[in-house]
Design a protein around this ligand. Sequence first.
Ligand code: ADP
Length: 271
Amino acid sequence: LPNRPLAVRVAPLGEGLVLLVADDRSEALRVDETRRDFVANITHELKTPIGAISLLAEAIADSTDDADAVKHFAGRMSTETARLNELIAQIIALSRLQSTDPLLAAVPIEVDDVIDDVLDQARALADNRGIALTHQRSSEGVVRGDRNHIEAALRNLIQNAIAYSDAGARVAVTTRLVHDGTGDWVEIGVSDNGIGISEADQPRVFERFFRVDYGRSRASGGTGLGLSIVKHVASAHGGTVTLWSRLGQGSTFTLRLPARQPDHHAEGTAA
Ligand code: ADP
């Protein structure tokens, strides 16, 4: 095993013989390194809003005789606090996804109902930015899973489609049933004709804390964790998420989840 980190143990067997046991530590070291990177990234990401809040508090203390300035700094302080809250909520969501199996509490979920809820929540943001939202439904898109996780994944995809598009853009959500050699799937497409993602960046956008453009992500309240949450939700439900994109033309994220099998029909559907 050339160039592999090995942990070697030696056990004498008697009569001049020894047993050599070599454990390949590559995977364990990789996991360790990923964990260390994640903690370092979290520390860095938390320091940014905390640093801003502390500077804003000082600015307020220095401006007590200027009511307008106090109001301005206080407003920015609440934006930074909201960012901190969102970051902590996403870190918790990601760590829950990694430590529990969402299929343990799986219920049947009508995907189009979840999409309607997410679009309702996103409508104010889309209207604000002059972006049209459309939803084309399939007649029987039902999956089994954890509703909160699936809603979080769809919210991330739809909020991104809005955040990374300019005024006048369109965000289209579609669902359809797909039957292929590997099984029956509910396929959810979230398409935008926004800024797009270069081919070089496409493989990296699902990594934790990766942003193509830090400034734009921050301005839209992004944390860099949304797509890694989507990826974890997909794989925890036995599904996949894929990306088609062209710079300057737009992006389509496709989330495929296993369709509910017919023998579960008696269960009804989750509210
Ligand atoms: P963020 O919180 O920054 O949006 P995500 O993990 O959701 O983090 O996405 C990672 C990065 O991928 C974003 O910062 C952005 O650069 C890019 N991205 C995600 N969705 C889109 C999209 N629909 N169009 C263009 N770029 C996108």
